[in-house]
Each structure stands twice: as C-alpha cells, then as structure tokens.
Design a binder for this molecule. Structure first.
Ligand code: GSH
Length: 226
C-alpha cells in the first residue's frame, strides 16, 4: 500500500472480501496499472460511491477522464487490453472468444447462484429442513462444476491453458468462497487437480498483495494505492 500517489490515478471502489473486486484487483496488478483504492463497507456505502455507480455494487473503476467501468469482467478486460497484457492472461480469449465468454457466463451465472444458495441458504429458505435441502442441492450442483474444472486441470496446468490467465483468476476468488462455506467437506472431495491449483493461488504473493487491508475510505483521506 503506497500513500504518496501521482495525481489523476483511476479510482477503484472496492471491498476486500468481494470475489468480483478480487478479480478486478488481480487483473489491475497483473497489468501493472496504478489505481487509488477506495475500500467501502457494503452496509454503509459512501455517498461519493453512490453518486457514481449505477449498479451500487463493487468493484467500480473510475478513469481519469470520468469514464465509469462497473462490471468486474469489464475492468479485467480494460486493464489487460490497456497494458498490453504483460502476462498474456488473454491467451484463451484470443484462442477462442466464444468459449471464454461462455465459461465466464457459466461462472458468473449458474455457479455463482449455486455458491450463494449454498453459502447463504438461510436467505433462500424459511425452515430448518428447507435450509438444509437448499444447501445440499446447491452444493451438489456447484460441485458438479468443480468436478469439470478438476477434469480440465487433469489435462492442462491451468484453466487458461499452459499458463494461469483470465479463466483462472476470474474464477479462483469464487472457488475460494465455495471452499470457505465448509472447508472440511471441500478438502475431502476427490479433486486431485483442483486442490493444488487453488492452494497454489492462496499461498501466492499475488493473492497476498490483493488481500492487503485498507481502512474504509473517508472523504478527504490521503489516497491509498493498490
Ligand atoms: N456484476 C457485478 C457484480 C458485483 C457484485 O455483486 N458485488 C457485490 C459484492 S461481492 C456487491 O457489491 N453487492 C452490493 C451489496 O451487497 O450491497 C460485477 O461483476 O462487478
């Protein structure tokens, strides 16, 4: 975290534990793009954030010219394209755009739905039995997707191909969350290729860097850099 920043950096409105914000931060770091980070509390969003964000969700990136990029996926693509993609994260996209977008749609659509209903089942059912059933149904569906990822990782070192890239870093924060719902259960699953892929990420300097803690942003505070 640096405090002495150049002026007119893009501003990233972020929330440390949000998987969407994590993948945006991962892409910005890979791209080497300097941004001012403004950490917010989702239960107390500052008015400056509410004023610029249509969706009122994080992450949001505000460029120096005032352009606002609201979707994490768009922030990833913006950062990688803008920087010339130094780590070649976009290799799978260049190789097969339709398959890459279909993967991201599946991840952000059905898998994220299963993740939320598994992790926060009490929000989706009224009785104890209903909660338990919701949890099991969506854990099973999410696990089927994770089995598929394990099978891909049996064939190649990463979801993106020979090297870690867009598909890996777009999905790892969500898979981490799926594990956190019940680590004992997750770690006991027969996914011999998925487990080391996730663990490697969780102990990486890359992950440590984007998980640095920032105090919630307040108007007038010195700018903090990612
Ligand atoms: N489609 C958005 C979704 C972002 C999103 O849903 N973020 C959550 C936090 S993980 C959020 O800000 N929720 C608003 C809230 O909880 O008030 C993206 O990909 O950036």
């Amino acid at each position: 975290m640096k405090e002495d920043l150049p002026e007119n950096l893009p501003v990233l409105w972020s929330f440390r534990r949000c998987p969407y914000a994590m993948r945006a931060r991962l892409a910005l770091c890979s791209a080497g793009i300097e941004v001012e980070v403004r950490e917010i509390l989702l239960r107390a969003k500052p008015s400056d954030f509410l004023d610029i964000s249509k969706t009122q969700t994080v992450p949001v990136l505000v460029l120096a010219d005032g352009e606002v990029i609201e979707e994490s996926r768009d922030i990833m693509f913006w950062a990688l394209n803008r920087s010339g993609d130094p780590e070649n994260w976009l290799a799978p996209y260049h190789a097969d755009k339709a398959a890459t977008l279909a993967f991201l749609d599946r991840l952000d659509g059905p898998f994220k739905t299963d993740l939320d209903r598994y992790k926060y089942a009490a929000r989706f059912a009224a009785t104890k039995q209903g909660i338990a059933e919701t949890q099991m149904t969506h854990r099973t569906k999410g696990a089927a997707f994770l089995c598929e990822l394990n099978d891909i990782l049996a064939q190649q070192p990463s979801l993106s191909g020979a090297k870690m890239g867009l598909l890996d870093f777009a999905s790892l924060p969500f898979i981490r969350q799926f594990r956190l719902a019940d680590m004992h259960w997750f770690d006991s699953q027969d996914w011999p290729h998925l487990h080391p892929w996730l663990s490697h990420f969780l102990v990486s300097d890359r992950f440590a860097r984007i998980m640095e803690k920032y105090p919630p942003w307040q108007a007038g505070q010195p700018a903090l850099q990612l």
